[in-house]
Design a protein around this ligand. Structure first.
Ligand SMILES: *Cc1c(COP(=O)(O)O)cnc(C)c1O
Length: 352
């Protein structure tokens, strides 16, 4: 029996997508998807479909945005965003490990103003009421903090370009995506296998820095060549396209958001109700993708770990910087899987 996969990433994808992807490895228009040329008509159509579906889901078609699929992961975007956009000064909101890493890279290119940080309490909340200097080249946020289980609920309006690492909650909830000038996301959290990174970029924010940008790190290079400047990650792009089609066939972001909200309510209600567990993140900032929690009594750890493993649950251990548990509930995870976990938590309460 297949496991209930709560892994933080790479993570669960729809079974339907796995089946289609497996079939295409064996036969994709009489070749394997793994052996076709990225310049072939068939693959160019895949790339175009993936790009147009991404923009379509985000409501950004015909609004001056381009979608790119590049290699290098979200971590490469920590560097590329600053390389392409930071002339003198940029503002960053520090909400955890990933923002921290983005800040470190940006400092290589100019002044970085950390407008606020939740480091003082191990990033268990989202700072609010900060001020973004109006002379910043851009403001960078991380919409969902995969490790700590916090999520920005209201994206404030700022009068500088807004850049967002949306790796772990893209396509999971409705937002006014036109507020953003650049969105990036590693595929492996909610869209596809590791190896591709989606970048959605408003073209008019480019071309404003005076430095010379190496070709491979220049967004304009990749826009000019429609993500085909060099060999793109063919298979991850194909699987991402399949996931975006699956999302469309299932009602798009509005429909998946309802399911994601129901899954989040189910797990958080149990965390709050069950005296054996305690939530890690501040209640108002709780992520609907990654629920972080701990056991009140360390002595129950071994029995709980055995129980969830026996129930066929995979990937529940928290990140080492938080400890405890993390239930990652990306789009493809069903509410039945969350119910399985809740049942185990209730059974532990009966046994303890
Ligand atoms: C996983 C993750 C990253 C790192 O992604 P890579 O593709 O491994 O570089 C960056 N940001 C967030 C929010 C993540 O969840």
């Amino acid at each position: 029996m297949l496991k209930h996969n709560f892994s933080a990433g790479p993570c669960i994808l729809p079974q339907d997508v796995f089946k289609k992807a497996a079939a295409a490895v064996l036969n994709f228009n009489d070749l394997s998807i793994l052996e076709i040329s990225h310049r072939s008509k068939d693959f160019v159509a895949v790339m175009e479909k993936a790009q147009s579906l991404a923009l379509d889901h985000l409501g950004l078609t015909d609004k001056g945005y381009k979608a790119l699929f590049l290699g290098g992961g979200a971590s490469m975007q920590f560097l590329m965003t600053a390389y392409n956009l930071l002339e003198t000064k940029a503002a960053y909101l520090n909400t955890g490990t990933w923002s921290d890493k983005a800040i470190k890279e940006a400092r290589l290119f100019g002044e970085v103003v950390e407008v606020a940080s939740s480091k003082d309490s191990n990033f268990n909340y989202i700072p609010k009421g900060y001020n973004v200097p109006s002379d910043s080249d851009y403001f960078h946020i991380t919409s969902n903090n995969t490790i700590f289980g916090t999520q920005i609920k209201d994206v404030s309006d700022v009068n500088v370009p807004l850049v967002c690492d949306m790796s772990s909650d893209i396509f999971s909830r409705q937002l006014d995506f036109s507020k953003f000038d650049l969105i990036y996301a590693g595929a492996q959290k909610n869209m596809g296998p590791a190896g591709a990174t989606l970048i959605v970029i408003k073209e008019d924010i480019l071309g404003k820095v005076s430095r010379t940008i190496p070709s491979m790190l220049n967004y304009q290079t990749h826009i000019g060549k429609d993500s085909m400047f060099n060999t793109p990650p063919v298979f991850p792009v194909y699987v991402s396209m399949l996931t975006l089609e699956w999302l469309k066939d299932n009602g798009g972001i509005p429909a998946i958001e309802k399911i994601n909200d129901a899954k989040a309510s189910l797990i958080y209600n149990e965390i709050d109700r069950n005296p054996l567990f305690k939530g890690f993140a501040a209640v108002e900032d709780r992520s609907h993708m990654n629920a972080t929690f701990t056991l009140e009594q360390e002595s129950l750890k071994d029995i709980f770990n055995t129980m969830w493993a026996d129930a066929g649950i995979n990937g529940l251990n928290g990140h080492r910087s938080v400890g405890g548990y993390r239930a990652s509930m990306y789009n493809a995870l069903t509410i039945e899987s969350v119910q399985t976990l809740v049942n185990v938590m209730q059974e532990l309460e009966r046994k303890a």
